[in-house]
Design a protein around this ligand. Structure first.
Ligand SMILES: NC(=O)c1ccc[n+]([C@@H]2O[C@H](COP(=O)([O-])OP(=O)(O)OC[C@H]3O[C@@H](n4cnc5c(N)ncnc54)[C@H](OP(=O)(O)O)[C@@H]3O)[C@@H](O)[C@H]2O)c1
Length: 394
């Protein structure tokens, strides 16, 4: 029998976090949960999770939520659980030295916890793609040994699995699949009055609000191209995107001899989360497999770059510098929140990101890499401020 792995879950109350706990609850012999972290907006759920998994430590980013968490833990009967509050508490828990840290935080705020986990020698099961987009080399430079990051994004997990079929030198290209989101087939002119409710209605995946909006604008795919290029060290021009509305083929690797290897399974994040937790091993019965006794159509179509310019914008940033990709992400986070608050029209999301990048382009030239997290935070803050200014003027 395998030794039990200790697991810390960051963002435990979100879509990735709750599914991670679901996987763990089905394999109690393999995992013990040593810490949970969340933002602080779902304290009852956090306390119930702590009680169910007998978790010794929880951390919440919101300092003001500490009292509410303690009270909720008492109600849930988890009186043995200690509570820390504030952003540093989340980073501290991430760096507490668990065997595996699952990072399911949304946004580049997840970078410092990712770095802390790597520095502490933990295996990082990474769903927080923004860690790679905002501070790729800061993240990779924090590894204490090789192969410390297990990709959890379904596309990157699929590529990671497919890469086992050959060597790095044998890879011709990566093909990242996209569902196309709820507005597939629409032209820009058709998307003028789209509401948050419409954009939150994803056809194949049930995810948190930010990643769902990003999926609808295809910015999510842009972030994933950046993530794939950096995680797997493949040049941007050797990464294609294809629209596959069924979300069964989660991405592919084409090798030099013309063979293409893919990973296919019905859409269910528990599969890449489970592999992220247990790699290099696979666990039994994590998710349903494809049913080959039934007829099925898998379709693939090219991306409409004119209607969905976010992927080409992301490619441009990836080729320019890490600073550009951090600004892309920060401006996008501001714009998505403004759209969800009904302060920005749908088409304004990507337009705002592009405008911020245009404004900041000259100051982003020079050293392409961040020297430190502090430098990254400063440039991100500037991007967020400019995005807010543009949004206020709408
Ligand atoms: N959901 C998916 O299927 C999916 C698939 C692939 C990749 N991803 C990526 O995974 C990440 C999480 O996505 P999601 O859909 O799970 O998001 P989500 O449902 O919005 O959950 C976000 C989680 O992060 C917590 N959080 C927010 N700020 C925090 C902070 N400063 N410190 C610690 N925790 C904090 C939230 O806590 P509160 O509840 O207290 O707010 C919540 O638990 C994103 O990067 C996303 O792109 C998600």
């Amino acid at each position: 029998m395998k030794q039990q792995a200790s697991v810390v879950i960051l963002g435990s109350t979100g879509s990735i976090g709750t599914q991670g706990l679901d996987v763990i609850s089905r394999h109690p012999d393999r995992f013990t949960v040593t810490g949970l972290a969340a933002g602080g907006s779902h304290v009852e759920l956090l306390a119930q999770q702590a009680a169910k998994f007998h978790v010794p430590q929880v951390a919440v980013a919101d300092k003001n939520a500490a009292k509410a968490v303690r009270e909720a833990l008492d109600r849930a009967g988890a009186t043995y659980t200690s509570v820390q509050a504030g952003p540093d508490a989340v980073i501290g828990l991430a760096g507490s030295g668990a065997s595996v840290v699952l990072n399911g935080i949304t946004g580049s705020i997840g970078l410092e916890p990712s770095i802390a986990a790597l520095k502490a020698g933990s295996q990082l099961a990474l769903a927080n793609k923004e860690s790679v987009v905002a501070g790729g080399h800061l993240l990779f430079g924090s590894q204490t040994r090789d192969n410390q990051i297990n990709p959890v994004d379904s596309e990157h997990s699929a590529i990671w699995q497919s890469l086992r079929a050959g060597t790095h030198g044998e890879v011709s290209k990566l093909i990242v699949t996209a569902s196309g989101g709820p507005f597939r087939g629409l032209k820009r002119a058709d998307m003028t009055g789209i509401t948050p409710e419409q954009a939150l209605n994803h056809p194949t995946w049930h995810m948190g609000p930010v990643v769902t909006i990003n999926s609808s604008t295809l910015m999510n795919k842009g972030l994933e191209v950046i993530e794939a290029s950096r995680l797997f060290d493949i040049a941007p021009d050797r990464i294609d995107v294809t629209v596959h509305p069924q979300s069964i083929v989660h991405s592919m690797v084409e090798f030099c001899d013309g063979a293409t290897i893919c990973q296919a399974s019905p859409p269910d994040m528990r599969l890449p989360i489970a592999l992220g937790l247990s790699a290099p091993d696979r666990m039994d019965d994590v998710a349903a497999a494809c049913d080959w006794t039934k007829a099925a159509n898998w379709t693939f179509e090219p991306l409409d770059d004119e209607a969905f310019p976010a992927v080409s914008l992301a490619r441009h940033c990836l080729s320019a510098s890490e600073k550009h990709t951090a600004v892309l992400n920060a401006a996008n986070e501001q714009a998505v929140h403004a759209f969800l608050d009904h302060r920005l029209p749908y088409l304004g999301i990507v337009d705002t990101v592009k405008a911020v990048l245009d404004e900041m382009d000259a100051e982003l030239r020079g050293d392409p890499l961040f020297e430190s997290v502090e430098e990254m935070s400063r440039i991100e803050s500037e991007a967020r401020r400019r995005a807010d200014d543009l949004i206020d003027k709408q």
